[in-house]
Design a protein around this ligand. Structure first.
Ligand code: C5P
Length: 298
């Protein structure tokens, strides 16, 4: 019997690949293979990309949407890498027609590709009726993929990205994501951090903090140990931060290794329109922080 739920009818399976934001990011050590040990408070925002999957004989990917320019549709795309990995590990003999609507800045530290890969793993396990990959099996796709598999609730990410534990829901708040037209290479930012030798504070806010407490904690010290290195490589990023700090945002920071910044705001607070108008060259997105029970599948 054919049912819509298996993606064989007119309606494909669909899943949101939400934006990932590191509200804090501590570098706590380095492994012999060069990968860094991290401790990070990760949240997801209700904005991002949409992935659709339909049953098909072959594995194909179409990319659409406002950020689709320059995104590969071949085996270099993390969605197809994720699909190929699941197919291989679960001995799947069929394919899927995938369609990805890109909305997040590329290489901005907000998990575009990693979140897409996590969405692909979840959708295709459903479509193909196979056991989903474990976060450790998916780590090979990228250090941020395991945490993106744990969306939508806030997570504590440790190890090299492979240790992920859910945190209690944070206070209701909105996040803006602001990405200047600038790409920072993650290895280059880690290397710059090693060169300038920055350390930093712990990554976890006090348990049970309300929104004001969380904002005070975020503002008290630089909570992203990669921020100084990112600003050292691209000093103009400080201007982006200064503009955000001049708004009524409660706290502002760099996500991952940048170059995107986040701003934590009260829900229904000041509109993003003014930022977009003043800085048409920036990508400016906004949406509520996702709660643990938010549906990603549609
Ligand atoms: O795994 P991913 O491709 O996202 O990592 C990109 C680069 O970031 C790695 O090649 C590595 O240089 C650096 N990285 C790291 N430690 C981590 C994650 C990433 O040094 N835990």
């Amino acid at each position: 019997m054919t049912t819509f739920d298996q993606g064989e009818g007119p309606r494909p399976l669909r899943r949101l690949a939400p934006a990932k934001v590191n509200l804090s990011l501590a570098v706590t050590g380095r492994r012999a293979d060069g990968y860094h040990l991290l401790d990070s408070l990760v949240v997801f925002a209700d904005l991002g990309e949409t992935l659709e999957a339909r049953a098909a004989e072959d594995l194909t990917l179409a990319v659409t949407g406002p950020r689709s320019g320059g995104v590969p549709t071949d085996g270099r795309n993390l969605v197809l890498k994720a699909a190929a990995l699941l197919r291989e590990r679960r001995d799947v003999r069929t394919g899927a027609a995938l369609s990805l609507r890109k909305a997040l800045p590329h290489g901005g530290g907000v998990g575009g590709g990693s979140s897409d890969a996590a969405a692909a793993l979840a959708l295709l396990a459903r479509l193909w009726g196979v056991e989903p990959l474990s976060p450790k099996e998916a780590l090979i796709l990228g250090a941020d993929v395991p945490v993106c598999m744990a969306a939508p609730g806030p997570q504590r990410m440790r190890g090299v990205g492979d240790e992920v534990a859910p945190l209690a829901a944070l206070p209701r708040a909105a996040l803006w994501i602001v990405a200047p037209p600038l790409h920072l290479s993650t290895p280059a930012v880690f290397a710059e951090r090693a060169r300038i030798g920055t350390a930093g504070p712990g990554a976890m806010p006090p348990a049970g903090a309300d929104l004001s407490d969380l904002a005070v904690w975020l503002r008290a010290e630089e909570r992203n140990h990669l921020a100084e290195a990112a600003y050292s490589l691209a000093p103009e990023l400080r201007d982006v931060r200064a503009v955000l700090e001049g708004t009524d945002a409660l706290a502002v920071g760099l996500s991952g290794s940048g170059a995107a910044h986040w701003a934590l705001c009260r829900e229904g607070g000041a509109s993003l329109a003014r930022l977009r108008e003043a800085h048409p060259e920036w990508i400016v997105l906004g949406g509520p922080i996702l709660t643990p029970d938010a549906p990603l599948d549609a």
